[in-house]
Ligand binder design. Structure first.
Ligand code: AMP
Ligand code: MG
Length: 338
């Protein structure tokens, strides 16, 4: 009897091993959301299931992209371009996601003392136009006119964006105000999508990275690289990530050159020029929306004020300065792999 049990046990173990499903790492890449490269990774037994899950993640991101887009309109979609076009005219009825995003933006504006202000659209548009023209025609690249920047800055008061959560409307009391949610929208959308996605995926929306769980059943973490601001082929560090998010704001992400000097895309609301504190700031925290907002905020603040925000929100950061110096918040180094 004892021998039979042993044989059965051995057989069961054998069957168990032979039946252990083989998982393969799959990656799907999409180019049509948030004007950047989105990649979705997961270990799956079969390709079709992965592709279905990746497609669902993409489709959800695309919906948010269309809602938060300020450059394009889409048939049947009332988005932020529609809202911007109605500035000062009438309240616009919008999707709940727009209201919830904007309510979060207002809270974050207060928390950062106005450093991250999604009502800076009129100023950011001037930079966006000059950057686009300058990239198309580098020989004639130019800065925005000082007077135009100062005039636009008069129309960036977020209090003039009036949300009616009951009627689901947005109204700008200032007709020259424009929204630009580029600092927060990718992370906010990635967070919503990650919460509804299957466990064990790594979702990167233009470097805004979210893990919906460890890579495999053994709890192996994903590994996420933090780019060297001086070399797009090189990582400064690789980090372990099993859940939550890693987001970097960097001066190399959207940049153009005027008379040989680089001008990037994160604008100091006081000077109306690109912020000069850091080359990059990387945030690690549980919520990707918060990580995205914090990465922009810390990019616009000296280290001590950034650390205060990290303490308040329970997040970690790594700062890279203009001399190549690297600074870490107290818990950041625990997540470093290399
Ligand atoms: P991120 O790469 O997440 O730091 O976001 C940068 C984007 O945020 C820019 O491309 C602009 O669209 C927008 N932005 C730039 N400066 C600010 C600012 N001070 N407050 C809010 N949004 C900003
Ligand atoms: Mg950001």
């Amino acid at each position: 009897m004892k021998r039979l049990t042993c044989v059965l046990l051995a057989l069961m173990l054998l069957c168990g091993c032979a039946g252990q499903p083989q998982k393969t790492k799959y990656t799907a890449t999409f180019l049509d959301v948030f004007n950047t490269v989105t990649s979705i990774m997961g270990l799956y037994e079969n390709k079709e299931t992965f592709e279905q899950d990746a497609q669902a993640v993409h489709d959800a991101l695309l919906q948010y992209h269309r809602l938060f887009d300020i450059y394009e309109e889409y048939p049947g979609v009332v988005n932020l371009k529609t809202v911007n076009a109605q500035a000062g005219k009438a309240p616009v009825q919008v999707d709940r996601a727009i209201l919830e995003l904007l309510a979060d933006c207002k809270a974050f504006y207060t928390a950062t003392g106005g450093r991250v202000n999604v009502a800076l659209g009129s100023v950011l548009q001037l930079w966006h136009e000059k950057r686009t023209d300058g990239l198309d025609d580098p020989a004639n690249a130019a800065l925005p006119q000082e007077a135009a920047l100062k005039e636009a800055a008069k129309h960036c008061n977020l209090d003039q964006v009036i949300l009616d959560m009951e009627a689901s409307t947005v109204y700008f009391a200032d007709p020259a105000l424009q929204l630009d949610v580029g600092a927060v929208a990718k992370g906010w959308a990635a967070q919503r999508v990650a919460e509804a996605a299957p466990k064990g995926l790594l979702i990167s929306v233009g470097g805004n990275v979210c893990a919906t769980g460890a890579k495999d059943d053994q709890g192996t973490p994903w590994v996420v690289g933090v780019q060297d601001p001086n070399d797009s082929q090189n990582y400064l560090h690789t980090l372990y990530l099993s859940s939550g998010s890693v987001v970097t704001s960097g001066d190399y992400q959207r940049v153009y050159f005027v008379a040989g000097k680089p001008y990037h895309h994160i604008i100091d609301p006081d000077t109306l020029y690109p912020s000069e504190y850091w080359r990059s700031v990387t945030i690690v925290c549980a919520d990707s929306g918060l990580a995205d907002a914090l990465s922009t905020a810390l990019f616009l603040l000296p280290q001590d004020r950034g650390q205060e925000l990290l303490d308040h929100f329970g997040a970690e950061a790594m700062w890279v300065d203009r001399e190549g110096g690297i600074f870490y918040s107290p818990g950041f180094q625990d997540m470093i792999r290399t």
